[in-house]
Design a protein around this ligand. Structure first.
Ligand code: 3PG
Length: 395
């Protein structure tokens, strides 16, 4: 796909779709500005070349209505601080007021349109809305990797009306995933965790044909345990997925992929801080107990296995890391990856949160800003937002 580096942007009005969908606390303050920081290279690149930068994003899930706490003015303020230049927050994303603000822009100016999802047309990929957005600019740049799995107007609609290229973040994200999936240095391991196996079946199917080693943890391991006939106590087992889990295990065996489940687990009556917990063999989770983390023997085994590989992709924490008693497995996996002499790709969402919480993000090769988009990449599914961009010229 064509990138922003291959086009002339000087004095051009450039509409940039960014992913400023940042987490907010109860008072409406930004709790993590990673996604804003990750957008800076593209914005700076455009400003330095004298483009007129029109930024747009969604924030939260406002159901097509204006919601005061989801206005993007707070993002504009943070962005302005980070860039050390003014960023004007506009009160809408289409219409005469926006058009006149854009007409008054000078080279290097930056404006941020209002939350795209205040308009129901955004999620419906409404052509008139997409055309309205496109009419503000001469060039479209998609830098919103985290939202590129959504076929929404600002992602797939606008490219119908403008030359459409990838921003620097989108390019970096897509390249990181493509490289490890298509041409990994071997041995290549994937660590998969998270609560539900049903969210990860496509990912499992895709990676099994590419990896040498598959390590499975998190709540989803319970369904694997159940399919092997282990006692799973009160852990959540997705009984409607047992056949699919068996198929995954068979597939791994047929392809010579080593699939490892934790040999021991930490269990508790409830997934809450301060509740008593203990280590038990994975085969014998007592009645009434829930799996909360992988156990110390599993941590040692997983770490030993991971130290011997050259490429690791990780999607999904192996325990309930938000609770200190159940964070150790996830922390140790993160630490092992941080020390690995090889390529480490962190697949977004809660895995990215965990790695950041442990202060290890800078030690990884790539930490994705996407949740659903990272999962889609690892599952080998094309991202609609990338598909919609112009193809690069030449071979
Ligand atoms: C994300 O947070 O993963 C993206 O910004 C997409 O948000 P959405 O899940 O509300 O579409």
């Amino acid at each position: 796909k064509k990138t922003v580096r291959e086009i002339d942007v000087t004095s051009k009005r450039v509409l940039v779709r960014t992913d400023f969908n940042v987490p907010l606390d109860e008072a409406g303050a930004i709790t993590d500005d990673t996604r804003i920081r990750a957008s800076l290279p593209t914005i700076q690149y455009l400003c330095e070349r004298g483009a007129r930068v029109i930024l747009c994003s969604h924030l939260g899930r406002p159901q097509g209505r204006v919601e005061g706490r989801l206005r993007l003015a707070l993002v504009a303020n943070r962005l302005s601080l980070l860039l050390d230049r003014p960023v004007a927050a506009l009160h809408d994303c289409i219409g005469p007021e926006v058009e006149s603000a854009v007409a008054a822009m000078n080279d290097g100016d930056i404006v941020l349109l209002e939350n795209l999802r205040f308009h129901p047309e955004e999620k419906k990929d409404d052509p008139a809305f997409a055309e309205g957005l496109a009419s503000l600019a001469e060039i479209y740049v998609n830098d919103a990797f985290g939202a590129s799995h959504r076929a929404h107007a600002s992602i797939v609609g606008v490219p119908n009306y403008l030359p459409a290229v990838a921003g620097l973040l989108l390019e970096r994200e897509v390249n990181a995933f493509t490289r490890i999936l298509q041409n990994p240095e071997r041995p290549f391991a994937v660590v998969i965790g998270g609560a539900k196996v049903s969210d990860k079946l496509e990912l499992l199917d895709n990676v099994i044909s590419r990896v040498d080693l598959l390590l499975i943890g998190g709540g989803m391991a319970a369904t694997f345990f159940a399919s092997r006939g282990y006692r799973t106590g009160a852990s959540q087992v997705e009984t409607d997925r047992l056949d699919e889990v068996r198929r995954v295990e068979k597939n791994a065996e047929r392809r010579g992929v080593r699939l490892l489940l934790p040999s021991d687990v930490i269990v508790a009556e409830r997934l809450e801080a301060g509740v008593p917990n203990r280590v038990v063999p994975a085969t014998e989770v007592p009645d009434g107990q829930i799996i909360a983390d992988i156990g110390p023997a599993a941590v040692d085994e997983f770490s030993r296995e991971l130290r011997a590989v050259r490429t690791v992709a990780w999607n999904g924490p192996v325990g309930v890391f938000e609770i200190p008693e159940f964070a150790e497995g996830t922390r140790r996996i993160a630490a092992t990856l941080a020390n690995l002499d090889g390529t480490t790709v962190i697949g977004g969402g809660s895995t990215t949160d965990a790695v950041q919480r442990f202060g290890l993000a800078d030690e990884m090769t790539h930490v994705s800003t996407g949740g659903g988009a990272a999962l889609a990449m690892l599952a080998g599914k094309p991202l609609p937002g990338v598909e919609a961009l112009d193809d690069a010229e030449g071979p």
